[in-house]
Design a protein around this ligand. Structure first.
Ligand code: FPP
Length: 258
């Protein structure tokens, strides 16, 4: 346990936030789509569809709050173990999402980024991702960063391989390898200076990291909420940020004297 507190979705107050302390990078493990659907006697994929609509709403809310990077765990390297039907649905979701939402993203000045082993995705998904990245390339506001076919351990292995290859090629001295070398080699390297989430949220009551951003969350604040992802909204995001603003982030140091 990390001493974190759960936010409550029954609280309907609109949280007032300290506008000067909005987390710059927020990452979300969007969990509970299947249970949301099951509760309504619907197929699991109905939960993913509603989850996609929640992504749209939360993206706009995050952009309006002034968040710089919103990273969403949309498909893990372990999610291929699900039924063919569910995997096919999850591979179609980015196509549907970008087909309908890119104009809003452009209007909102949001740039799309995708991290993960995208070359293993079906062609249609790769194409949708490529087009969304190209269509929003000139946007200068928030970065909407999807983790698609992403796994934290695999990402670290790939980064180690990249660094080792540079050593072999004589471009990197072993003694000069620092945390920055690793930061730069990870898939979040292109998000600099916002590589690492300030706040990591997981919905649905589960309190695990599930192979998400293992290196990058070294000093992130963790907030776990009880509600399922399709029920997450602007108010819940504000409650999570409010919780973040109550935390005393010391990064291993001591509290600053006022
Ligand atoms: C976890 O819930 C959710 C996923 C594995 C998929 C998340 C995908 C979305 C929210 C939609 C993504 C949208 C875009 C635009 C790509 P679960 O299925 O594990 O839920 P459960 O734990 O209740 O079974």
């Amino acid at each position: 346990m990390f001493g974190q507190k759960k936010t409550t979705s029954t609280d309907t107050t609109v949280m007032s936030l300290d506008e000067t302390r909005i987390p710059k990078h927020v990452a979300i493990i969007m969990d509970g789509n299947g249970r949301w659907a099951q509760k309504r006697h619907l197929p699991r994929v109905a939960g993913h569809k509603e989850g996609m609509n929640t992504v749209k709403k939360v993206t706009i809310a995050a952009s309006h709050l002034g968040i710089k990077v919103l990273t969403l765990y949309a498909f893990s390297t372990e999610n291929w173990k699900r039924s063919d039907n569910e995997v096919n649905y999850l591979m179609q979701l980015p196509v549907d999402f970008f087909d309908t939402f890119v104009p809003d993203l452009v209007k909102e000045n949001v740039r799309v980024n995708v991290m993960g082993y995208t070359e293993q995705l079906p062609q249609k998904t790769q194409r949708a991702v490529r087009n969304a990245i190209a269509d929003t390339a000139d946007c200068t506001g928030m970065v909407l960063n999807f983790a698609l076919n992403y796994g934290g351990q695999a990402e670290i292995v790939t980064a180690v391989q990249k660094i080792a290859q540079k050593v072999v090629d004589g471009e990197q001295q072993i003694a000069d390898i620092t945390t920055k070398t690793v930061d730069d080699a990870l898939m979040t390297g292109s998000l600099a200076p916002y590589n690492n989430p300030d706040l990591l949220i997981r919905t649905s009551g589960e309190e695990r990291i599930s192979n998400f951003l293992l290196w990058q969350i070294a000093y992130s604040e963790l907030v776990f909420t009880d509600g399922y992802w399709p029920d997450f909204d602007d108010a819940e995001l504000r409650r999570c940020i409010h919780e973040f603003q109550q935390r005393d982030r010391r990064f291993g140091g001591v509290k600053q004297k006022k």
